[in-house]
Design a protein around this ligand. Structure first.
Ligand code: AMP
Ligand code: ZN
Ligand code: FE
Ligand code: FE
Length: 287
């Protein structure tokens, strides 16, 4: 039997809409054999996801999606199976999370100055306890306030990267991100490298630096990739012996992405598991 594996999902501990336990249950109900939880800049969902995975007899790969930045360009780095108590990694994550809070204040202020009726309290009301604050929560607040019908329109009209209301937040350099994940015993995989934001894609020189720093894998199969960019990613993987992942980037009802819509091959997962020393994965039920 071939395992069905999805290595990139978000719960409401960041900006998904389901609790970690519900997400794991959804993954099991969808027929996935292994799911990774990769909330933005936090590991707070790991324990709940692990307990739910045991209960539902589904494999779990605890992970994270680290927001990185180089010269104003945002790069997302997936990290799997690292030590969740690693001080250096936690320090960087915490710094990013704190910066997200002040950044949100500035976005809300900019909107209020233009007469868009939204308060930071309304944004906070969208947040699960301990969750990583992000633009999707601002989007949800705009929906609740009746300014827009859904998240997609909120991003299209107000929250996209070129919007006059967009503000950045502190994010670690991608090479440092790779080093931190490795040092914590984890496996670094670049997320959707060819997503087009602001018409600018990843600088190949930065990717080369990340590879030189020990990047292990590349997320080739992702809904934000065109057929051409999947082919480029697969070429890069061959050239640099990177493991190839595919995943949904599921956010619950917050995005159209469906669990398992892109998947990772079992041999890639096996290689990933073999490299990790920071924390254990939960094996899938026996076939
Ligand atoms: P932030 O990290 O706060 O800058 O927000 C980025 C988050 O917004 C990511 O999780 C994206 O998945 C999400 N996002 C970006 N564009 C959209 C969109 N059009 N609809 C819904 N979510 C989006
Ligand atoms: Zn997200
Ligand atoms: Fe991402
Ligand atoms: Fe993601």
């Amino acid at each position: 039997m071939t395992l069905t594996i999805d290595l990139h999902t978000h719960s409401h501990v960041s900006d998904g809409t389901e609790s970690p336990a519900d997400l794991v249950r959804s993954a099991a109900a969808t027929g996935l054999d292994v799911v990774a939880l990769t909330d933005h800049d936090t590991v707070r969902g790991w324990d709940e996801a692990r307990a739910a995975a045991k209960e539902n007899q589904i494999g779990l790969v605890p992970g994270i999606e680290i927001s990185c930045q180089r010269e104003g360009r945002s790069i997302h780095l997936l990290g799997y199976l690292f030590d969740p108590e690693d001080v250096d990694l936690l320090g960087e994550i915490e710094r990013a999370r704190e910066s997200r809070v002040t950044r949100m204040d500035r976005m809300v202020e900019a909107m209020a100055a233009d007469g868009i009726p939204i308060s930071i309290e309304e944004v906070r009301a969208q947040l699960a306890p301990g969750a990583t604050l992000g633009r999707p929560h601002l989007a949800d607040a705009l929906v609740t306030a009746g300014v827009v019908p859904d998240r997609a329109v909120a991003f299209r009209d107000y929250l996209h990267n070129e919007s006059r209301y967009y503000r950045g937040h502190y994010a670690v350099d991608p090479v440092r991100g790779v080093e931190l994940v490795l040092a914590a015993g984890g496996v670094p995989v670049i997320a959707h490298p060819f997503t087009v934001t602001r018409g600018r894609t990843l600088d190949p020189a930065v990717l080369d630096e990340m590879i030189a720093a020990g990047l292990v894998g590349i997320e080739a199969h992702h809904r934000d990739h065109t057929d051409e960019s999947v082919a480029v990613a697969l070429d890069l993987a061959r050239a640099h012996d990177l493991l190839v992942t595919g995943s949904s980037d599921y956010h619950g009802t917050g995005k159209p992405n469906r669990l398992g819509e892109n998947r990772t091959a079992p041999d890639a997962l096996e290689r990933l598991l073999g490299l990790a020393t920071g924390s254990p994965a939960l094996a899938p039920r026996k076939a």
